[in-house]
Design a protein around this ligand. Structure first.
Ligand SMILES: N[C@@H](CCC(=O)N[C@@H](CS)C(=O)NCC(=O)O)C(=O)O
Length: 209
């Protein structure tokens, strides 16, 4: 399998963390892309022109990190990264959706700040995205307080939802360190520290750029 990715993409990182935790890394060849840059053939593979995209051995292309993660989770015989049934399943999928939604807002902010010419910036949109991120972080903090955010198991693999939240927080550190998401969120801070120590998170840390 070939994974089209970029080293700073948090969605692609989620896929790579899961692959490593599942013991599937050596079945996946990484291909670095810059989806925002010129000259990439990515849009001929994924019409959305986005990473991650996973090219299977039979040529089928899977787009969108949740789909790719479900596919990888179907390839191994160990305990599944998304619980298989019941409310635990939907709680974990929901956690992934919240983390990905936070990222969608963070990416929109990033484009607004780093790429759009200053005279064309839309301050109202920027503020809305910022509020979404802040509310979702507060939601995670309250989930820790009421015990509904699963703790990071010391001796077991994290779920997909946990991985997704970890990659989202890592992206905030990469692009919005100045906002200091840790401030006022001690529970989430120590939760993230434990998760970040895992080799899968260490090995996929995005480069500064
Ligand atoms: N929902 C997608 C989001 C993927 C995404 O937005 N990737 C960004 C990089 S972090 C991208 O490729 N952006 C290029 C573009 O939007 O043209 C997923 O979960 O895979």
């Amino acid at each position: 399998m070939h994974l089209r990715h970029s080293a700073t993409s948090p969605y692609a990182r989620k896929v790579r963390v899961l692959a490593q935790e599942a013991g599937l890394s050596d079945r996946i060849e990484l291909h670095d892309d810059n989806p925002m840059g010129p000259g990439s053939d990515l849009s001929s593979i994924n019409p959305l022109g986005k990473v991650p995209a996973l090219i299977l051995d039979d040529g089928m292309v899977l787009c969108d990190s949740p789909v790719i993660c479900q596919y990888l989770d179907s390839l191994h015989d160990g305990e599944k990264f998304t619980p298989e049934s019941g409310s635990a399943r939907f709680a974990d999928l929901n956690l992934e959706a919240l983390a990905d939604g936070l990222l969608d807002a963070a990416l929109a902010r990033m484009v607004e700040m780093r790429m759009r010419p200053e005279n064309l910036r839309w301050e109202g949109h920027h503020k809305r995205m910022r509020a979404k991120i802040s509310r979702t972080l507060d939601h995670f903090e309250s989930m820790i307080a009421d015990g509904s955010l699963p703790s990071v198991p010391a001796d077991n693999r994290p779920t997909l939802g946990i991985i997704a939240v970890g990659c989202a927080l890592g992206y905030l550190d990469l692009r919005f360190a100045v906002d200091n998401w840790r401030e006022g969120r001690p529970g989430l801070t120590s939760w993230y520290e434990t998760l970040s120590a895992r080799p899968s998170m260490q090995d996929t840390r995005p480069p500064e750029s």
